[in-house]
Design a protein around this ligand. Structure first.
Ligand code: G3P
Length: 214
């Protein structure tokens, strides 16, 4: 499974890249706003520090505007893919942008039916939001499993990005479902590294080593 980081923070991106596990970066307007910058500037900066796919979201809500903004974002760097919020306008824009060779990530996906339509329109990625489904009492990981199954059944090349990941269990469930990608916040990546028994084991090895030197 590919691991993307879900952030627009340059330090976090550099740090995770230094772990040797980074396959991509996803941003969205909320993550960009948190950094006090704008999408074009930040995507440019990200493209200078890592050589992986970077998702940049449009603000337009009509197909024509999405296509225009999408072309502009894609022209920043060959690694940039254009994020479009799911809907009829996004489907129309996906068709146009993908036929021009621009990778599209259809985001705010909450059902396998939405994912199927996005894939048919030519999306390179779909981003189902696991945590936000859990927030409304649904089982987000089940939607990941359904999308993965549907795409497998029909041989779609569209990759599934498990998004709105809130903890290591979401990552495990996405990986168990055969999901292509998980886009993971920095704090969850840190949680995935740690295990109390690993820490205890390291402490004990050091203690025994120190004892053996005496
Ligand atoms: O990848 C989408 C993500 O940024 C949304 O996460 O936690 O705001 O639902 P969250």
């Amino acid at each position: 499974m590919k691991i993307f980081i879900d952030t627009a923070n340059l330090d976090m991106i550099s740090e995770i890249n230094s772990w040797g596990i980074l396959d991509g970066v996803t941003t969205n307007p909320s993550l960009i706003a948190k950094e006090g910058t704008d999408t074009k500037t930040r995507v440019n900066e990200i493209a200078r520090i890592v050589d992986v796919p970077i998702s940049a979201e449009v603000m337009a809500v009509d197909a024509e505007g999405m296509v225009k903004e999408g072309r502009e974002l894609a022209s920043i760097h060959p690694n940039v893919n254009v994020k479009l919020p799911m809907g009829i306008e996004a489907l129309k824009a996906t068709k146009v942008l993908s036929s021009e060779g621009i990778d599209v990530n259809v985001t705010l996906i909450f059902s396998a039916q939405q994912a199927l339509l996005a894939a048919k329109a030519g999306a390179r990625y779909v981003s189902p939001f696991v945590g936000r489904l859990d927030d409304i009492g649904m089982y987000g990981s089940e939607v990941i499993r359904q999308i993965t199954e549907v795409f497998y059944n029909y041989g779609f090349d569209t990759e599934v990005i498990a998004a709105s990941i809130r903890g290591p269990i979401h990552v495990l469930e996405a990986a168990s479902a055969g999901c292509d990608i998980a886009t993971i916040p920095y704090n969850v990546l840190q949680q995935m590294v740690s295990h109390p028994k690993t820490d205890e084991g390291i402490r004990n090895f050091i203690k025994d080593y120190e004892k053996s030197k005496k």
